[in-house]
Ligand binder design. Sequence first.
Ligand SMILES: [Ca+2]
Ligand SMILES: [Ca+2]
Length: 458
Amino acid sequence: MSRIRTITISTTLALGLGIALLWALGAQSQTATAAQAVEPSSALARTRVEIPRAPTAELHVCPAGCPYASVQAAVDAAAPGSVLKVAAGTYTDLHTRDGFTQVVYISKTVTLQGGYTTANGFADPPDPDANPTILDAQGKGRVIVILDAGPAIEGFTITGGYVEKPGGVGSGGGIYIHSASPTIRDNWIVDNSADGDGGAIFVNRGSAQILENRIVGNTATWAGGLRIINDADVQIVGNLIEGNVAQNTGGGIDLECCGGTTPLIARNVILNNDGSARGGGIIVNATYARLVNNVLAGNRATDGAGLFLEGSAGYPVSVTLIHNTLAGGPSGGEALWVGAYVTATLVNNVVSSHTVGFTNTTPASAIVTADYTLFDTTGVPYGSGVSSAHEFSGNLAFVNPSEGDYHLGHGSAAIDQGTQTGVTDDLDGDPRPTGPLPDLGADEVPRYVFLPLVLRGP
Ligand SMILES: [Ca+2]
Ligand SMILES: [Ca+2]
């Protein structure tokens, strides 16, 4: 079986289809730059394209009896472009290089794929669930450090990472990324911690793609889950980000500085994170972001249980939220807290079980505009300084929120109440719109069409 990588390539929207609205929402130009060519933006029509992988070499790693017993040894031996197949096992060997201590140090473009087994001779496809492939720093260092390269890391459990602040930068307990363009896909990133920021993942510059991972139970002083700084052009798509805790600010995701790029946060479920003082689900300081088709639910913080946005005079915040589900938890709090120097533009979102929906604490320098919003069981939908149009109220009828299922149930008041924005899929990848109009929030409910049975003659 030939091995292929499926990447998502944005295609140009049909001419005239929602372009004016996309511009109004601050969407990027449709000029096909290289960076945009791989952007899995939910706002763009998408085509699945299969590109052959042609590894220059294939290296096998297993705990005993293979050419390499350590992932690091295989990385060191690999030529750029190689594929490293790693079999089930727990890899705990630590290495100190360039002042970093970790299980795997990568500064070359290779593919690391976990989930193999020696039982079938490393046959494809890998199955990380059946063959758990664990990189465990056992609390003695980071798990992975990636510098200045574009490796792919897929199918691992990344755990036990810890970095302390004294004598180091204290960032990125699980994965530390600097000036690199890695693809981090389909991993479990669990129970890592940082004395500084970014318990699970820290990204400084570069263009990381963080796709379809489960990022659970990580802790840090700032940013329990992911911290992204210095114009890193990240795409955070399709992840479960759950139960991460920051002692100070930023439970799930922290985007910071400087507005040179617009990170995409799409199709994530951001659940039950704790940002302590600020930003339970997401905190954005002094940069831009585009949020599409996310569920933020059950997150907690003193200010901004769901999202906290704040800029400064030189570094404003600009955030677009389209088709997000913002659901509170037992502590309620604000779905969206807005401070100074912010432009927040919201379309087709739903809010439930929050004490307050949207705030604007500093109308002198912040603009909060909400269009097509459904408020369900929200104490105060929005405060002064927020302009809102096309408001709805009603029962969202989530399928099973106590189990984290925020899909729209039968009869939900959000169905077919949205406006066309050019977003062509939903949280699940279902086509949008189904039926006459888009549904509000992250989910589009499939429409079951009963076609008449036509009997044809012989
Ligand atoms: Ca619909
Ligand atoms: Ca759906």
